[in-house]
Design a protein around this ligand. Structure first.
Ligand code: MLT
Length: 260
């Protein structure tokens, strides 16, 4: 992987393929390798930029002197735009999976002029309900005490509807640093409601959701579609929370709809 110091943090990223620039922003508690199955379906016509969000994968947790855990999905979006600046990429399609979707929406809020289109996979515009938010902080405390295995055990089976994929996902979660998992939990808990924002979108939007998603129900994507008339919603039967892993060809086809 390559590394780029942006926004005070070393961000690790891969760049694959040629064509229209597209950033793939991974979900929680994963890293850029969650896109591995999708990449071969896109790299023939897309210039793919695959960052590890701060604190995850091989990216730094925080820059020296910053308070622990004190970052937001907006900071993660600024990391992404700063990486694009460093790579001299202007307009991009930003695709986010789940937490990556929260980051993609934060990117759209702060940097709309940089967007050629948006891909929203297994995500939502709504913020956390109070009990979900409290649950995130409780999980963060458990991770601080017992380590990342708490999250790996609870989440890996929910990330896919295909039981064969659970062991590799569990391993992938176990590779994540505890500080980054805690930071991401807090960032997700504090994310804003993006419902009014999405109603302003004028660029192409692809929305993808598995009908067997155990973490975020497909209704969240149907609601987003209702606010974004030009959006194309692809619902995938028998697919869980990770369409790019469970149905990569169909997911790539859906994302290509935002390429001009
Ligand atoms: C994710 O897959 O990124 C997370 O499950 C999203 C969330 O917990 O809201």
């Amino acid at each position: 992987m390559q590394k780029q110091m942006v926004n005070g943090v070393n961000i690790a990223y891969e760049r694959r393929g040629k064509g229209t620039p597209m950033v793939l922003v991974h979900g929680f508690p994963l890293d850029h390798t969650s896109w591995d199955a999708l990449v071969p379906h896109l790299e023939g016509q897309v210039d793919l930029i695959l960052p590890d969000l701060r604190g995850m994968g091989q990216s730094d947790f925080n820059h020296a002197g910053a308070p622990e855990g004190a970052y937001t999905v907006a900071d993660m979006a600024t990391d992404v735009v700063s990486l694009l600046d460093a790579l001299q990429v202007q307009k991009v399609v930003v695709v986010g999976h789940s937490m990556g979707g929260y980051v993609a929406l934060a990117f759209a809020r702060a940097y709309p002029q940089r967007l050629a289109g948006l891909g929203l996979i297994s995500t939502q515009a709504l913020p956390d309900a109070p009990e979900r938010k409290a649950g995130r902080y409780a999980t963060a405390e458990q991770v601080a005490t017992h380590g990342v295995s708490v999250v790996a055990d609870a989440m890996a089976p929910k990330l896919t509807a295909n039981p064969d994929q659970v062991p590799a996902l569990r391993e992938s979660i176990l590779r994540q640093p505890a500080a980054g998992v805690i930071g991401a939990l807090k960032a997700m808990a504090e994310r804003p409601d993006s419902t009014e924002l999405i109603a302003t979108f004028k660029f192409p939007v692809a929305i993808v959701h598995g009908l067997a998603d155990a973490l975020i129900p497909v209704d969240r994507s149907r609601e987003m579609k209702a606010f974004i008339p030009q959006a194309v919603l692809t619902e995938l039967p028998d697919v869980g929370h990770s369409p790019m892993l469970e149905a990569p060809a169909e997911t790539a086809q859906a994302l290509k709809k935002v390429l001009s």
